[in-house]
Design a protein around this ligand. Structure first.
Ligand code: ZN
Length: 224
């Protein structure tokens, strides 16, 4: 959780359309909060900042207007979370409910622009995020609560002596948690003889066939 400080990127020209990152932000928003009235109030717009002469970041398709029902109780928390994770997400400015945060300072400040932003959050992306760095996956991962539940994890693969990879790593970590008093297995993703012996040790105590093959029954017994 880090607030983006410095590096504000103003708009230079009208670029012709929304950026991939801003589209991703909008689709995450609609997916996560559509059932609470979230709406798409637009991304690309070749215009100056309302009431000013500076070009809006909307003109580069790097700002999304995340529509919110006026007077709701939840959008402020979401906007504040976007600010708190702005470094991870590549955001440089959020305006909502008469308040503005931008990367010139960490805190919210009163916003005195002509629109009070009661019906939407205006969210600006840094170029790396706009160019596709900000993905729906990243948003789901960083923003957590309020997002749709993730799909169920895929079933764990069957492992045995000679297996390799992340699932073996998880197996080794789990066995180490089961038996803190035994010498820990090296968590190297390599199902070698020591891991094999520890699996059989576990299986025997769990009332399973001690064959060293980690299939569905062994995974279940391990807590997966
Ligand atoms: Zn806007």
């Amino acid at each position: 959780m880090t607030i983006q400080i410095e590096g504000y990127q103003g708009a230079r020209s009208c670029t012709g359309g929304p950026t991939p990152g801003a589209r991703n932000l909008m689709s995450w928003w609609l997916g996560a909060y559509g059932n609470r009235g979230a709406r798409n109030l637009g991304i690309y717009n070749c215009r100056p900042v309302s009431g000013g002469s500076v070009l809006s970041v909307h003109a580069e398709g790097r700002a999304a207007d995340l529509g919110t029902p006026v007077g709701n109780t939840w959008s402020w928390g979401v906007m504040d979370t976007l600010r708190l994770y702005s470094y991870e997400l590549g955001l440089q400015c959020v305006i909502h409910n008469r308040s503005i945060w931008s990367s010139i300072a960490p805190d919210w400040r009163p916003y005195s622009g002509s629109s009070p932003h009661l019906d939407h959050g205006h969210v600006e992306l840094l170029w790396w995020a706009a160019n596709g760095g900000l993905t729906v996956d990243l948003l789901n991962q960083v923003m957590g609560g309020g997002t749709p539940p993730p799909p169920p994890p895929p079933p764990m693969p069957v492992l045995r002596l000679g297996s390799q990879g992340d699932a073996v790593r998880r197996l080794q970590e789990t066995l180490n948690r089961w038996y803190p008093s035994l010498p820990p297995l090296v968590v190297d993703g390599d199902f070698g003889p020591r891991t094999d012996a520890r699996v059989r040790y576990f299986q025997q105590r769990a009332g399973l066939v001690a064959d060293g093959i980690v299939g569905p029954a062994t995974w279940r017994a391990l807590g997966f």
